[in-house]
Ligand binder design. Sequence first.
Ligand code: GLN
Length: 202
Amino acid sequence: SPRVGVLALQGDVREHLSVLTALGADAHPVRRPEELAAVEGLVLPGGESSVIDKLARAFGLFDPIRAAIAAGLPMYGTCAGLILLADRIDGAIAGQRTFGGIDARVARNVFGSQTASFETDLDVPALGESPVHAVFIRAPAVVEWGPHAVPLASLPDGRVVAIEQGALLGTAFHPESTGETRFHRRFLDHVNARRGADAPAL
Ligand code: GLN
């Protein structure tokens, strides 16, 4: 089974580790560059993107993660993790940076205070017929994207809440907390595809 990591600086790390483990992956927290170098894919959890950004720099992980993205390491970001994978963000706090990789603009905390947290069912054609029950918590949304980024799901108002570019996947919501496993499977499919056609199937 593929060895994958969850960036474990802040956020809902444990939830991602348990989904990945339940899917048969060999999942480990990643806090140090050596741990990053040992994984075949990385999940960026939900939490607070500006804090994860600061801690990534403090832990010497910021440049290694950017290099891993440039080298094609599959990644899946949920919520704050989606923000961290976006090339451009609206509503950044002073000095906040992202790893980037997905040619998109993501607006932070874009749902007003009345609807800062909400749940809805989303159609995600790329994942099959049954809808995704999506939980949004002070969530971002993709407000603009380039030709290489592929929207996978949107809200009725047109804002994109799941997007993919190559082996980078991001969702504005939290499948890791609802028992929804299809996004994590898709991430593991990217990991297995990169291992090569002769790699053992999960
Ligand atoms: N609002 C948070 C941020 O900007 C994201 C919230 C979340 O990950 N649930 O990082």
